[in-house]
Design a protein around this ligand. Structure first.
Ligand SMILES: Cc1cc2nc3c(=O)[nH]c(=O)nc-3n(C[C@H](O)[C@H](O)[C@H](O)COP(=O)(O)OP(=O)(O)OC[C@H]3O[C@@H](n4cnc5c(N)ncnc54)[C@H](O)[C@@H]3O)c2cc1C
Length: 504
């Protein structure tokens, strides 16, 4: 395979939320991408993900585009665990809330940012074949112009739960089979319920009725099985009959915009990296969309992988950096799948489960339980394994107020350009020498931090550190309180930013 024919260093199969976020991160890292999607255009595939979690919102804040999402959505009552409301208001984040934003709107904002950064989607282009060797990948695509072979250095399958890339590479997708079926419709209702219904339990099953926009409701029913075959398309009559069976009324439903079904099947790809090919988003994991996690997981996979791929393609870091993508995201995603399976038990139509739900509801009424679940469901508790004992290691850096050269700033503002940041708040400005071998690859920022203590999700209140190495995704790779361990700093720089340059 010759790199002379390289179409783009990174080819992305699938321009859903995961592929778009990854394309944006790669472009921010200065790398060209080819973003392919088999659909003819964006279209609108129903309401699907109805919100973004706090950590995802924070990530867009790190990149300076959060206002676009906040303008397209609003703070919501989305946070829940199996339908039991969670109170996020005490989370230590500037975004102690989820936002209600339909997936189509999220994709529209991401489409705009990707196009502005030079990564427009190439529509009507379906990935049908993949070959790889030590030098690169060859990707066969079918589109209006016929069959074409594209070549690159890396391919990422962001092509959804039925991922062609995953299947072509023969990656196992083990997990648990469905125990329930959920029918879903976006409809209008002439006789809507008096109050929003979220997983309301009735003898025949569970029902959710939420207003998405004026004249537009999402209706979901949960039953043990369907009369239609598991793969059959849902008809309006099937959905209406299910709603009537459970609620005793059809709420005067009409004008369906979208009909679909989903189950609690939960699966995870055995490996997120297969040589030069990676899997991200739904291509790497599927689960019951309970508690609003799926779109967030995919975008956070992309935030984790994007800067690493960019650093390797630019030649700053070694290919081994890319192994940490599976090492970090597989475990985090597996934990979220565990939470999802636990929620599916609480959503079981068996009437005896009602007692379990009641006990969980009482437990969530305790501040500590609410805090524990909220920290997990918000994505703020994610901690990647790092050597060392400092409580900040591997966690997302808090967005503390700081000042640089007398000007007030926030830590997240240092991450706008998606480069590693060595933040020196020790007042000694002594770190530049230790990091001399990485000049040009990292930003060294001397700052003052007025706050003596930081609130860290999962770690509680800790003393504000003297210095930090922050990765482009906002996770802390080295932290020091007073006695600067410069050997550990150089090791962290070597691991995350590539070997030191011998140039002065
Ligand atoms: C009913 C429902 C409700 C949901 N609610 C929530 C929620 O409230 N909160 C939440 O966080 N998540 C929710 N989700 C999950 C969320 O929609 C998904 O997790 C999210 O869409 C995953 O994004 P993705 O980019 O990984 O995959 P997708 O959105 O599936 O995108 C994959 C893309 O790849 C393209 N593609 C597929 N095959 C190929 C190929 N061979 N070549 C080229 N392109 C290809 C497809 O056309 C598609 O555009 C819900 C899902 C459903 C179905």
């Amino acid at each position: 395979m010759s790199l002379a024919q390289t179409t783009a260093p990174v080819i992305l199969a699938g321009a859903g939320p995961t592929g778009l976020t990854l394309a944006i991160e790669l472009r921010r890292g200065g790398v060209d991408v080819l973003l392919l999607d088999r659909q003819a255009d964006r279209g609108v595939d129903g309401s699907r993900a109805a919100g973004l979690q706090p950590r995802t919102i924070e990530m867009f804040d790190q990149r300076g585009v959060v206002d676009r999402f906040l303008a397209a959505g609003s703070p919501s009552n989305l946070p829940n665990f199996a339908g039991i409301t969670l109170d996020y208001s005490q989370l230590p984040s500037r975004f102690a809330y989820a936002i209600n934003i339909l997936q189509a709107e999220t994709e529209r904002v991401l489409d705009d940012v990707a196009a502005e950064l030079g990564a427009p989607v190439r529509w009507a282009t379906e990935v049908t074949g993949v070959r790889q060797d030590a030098d690169g990948v060859e990707v066969t695509v079918e589109g209006p112009g016929g069959i074409e072979t594209l070549s690159g250095r890396y391919l990422v399958g962001c092509d959804g739960g039925r991922s062609t890339v995953r299947k072509l590479l023969g990656v196992g997708f083990p997990g648990t089979d469905p125990t329930m079926v959920n029918l879903l419709a976006d409809v209008d209702l002439d006789e809507p319920p008096q109050r929003p219904m979220r997983l309301d339990r009735h003898e025949a099953g569970l029902i959710t009725v939420l207003q998405l926009q004026p004249g537009w409701y999402r209706v979901v029913t949960t039953e043990r099985e369907r009369q239609a075959g598991p793969g059959d398309p849902v008809t309006f009559e099937e959905l209406r009959a299910s709603v009537k069976r459970i609620a005793g009324t059809d709420f005067g439903m009409h004008s369906p915009r979208w009909l679909s079904h989903f189950t609690d099947a939960t699966r995870q790809a055995e490996s997120f990296r297969i040589g030069r090919v990676f899997l991200a988003g739904d291509a790497a994991h599927i689960h019951l969309p309970a508690g609003g996690q799926g779109i967030n997981m995919g975008m956070q996979d992309a935030f984790n992988l994007g800067w690493k791929l960019a650093a390797v393609v630019r030649g700053d870091a070694l290919d081994t950096l890319l192994d940490t993508y599976h090492g970090e995201r597989y475990a985090v995603d597996a934990d979220i799948l565990k939470m999802s399976r636990a929620q599916s038990v609480l959503m079981d139509p068996d009437p005896r489960v009602a007692d379990l739900v009641e006990i969980m509801t009482r437990l969530i009424g305790f501040d500590d339980v609410n805090h524990y679940l909220s920290t997990m469901m918000s994505g703020l508790d994610v901690r990647y394994p790092m050597p060392g004992v400092h409580p900040l290691l591997g966690r997302r850096v808090p967005d503390a107020d700081i000042s640089t050269r007398g000007a007030g700033r926030r830590v997240f503002e240092l991450l706008r350009v998606a480069r590693p940041v060595l933040l020196d708040m020790s007042g000694t400005a002594g770190l530049a020498g230790a990091a001399a071998g990485w000049v040009g690859r990292i930003d060294i920022v001397a700052a003052d931090c007025p706050s003596r203590v930081w609130e860290v999700p999962g770690a509680g209140t800790i003393p504000a550190p003297a210095a930090l190495l922050i990765r482009p995704d906002g996770h802390v790779a080295w932290a020091s309180d007073r006695d600067m361990d410069l050997v550990a700093l150089r090791e962290a720089l070597d691991t995350w930013c590539g070997p030191a340059s011998s140039r002065p």
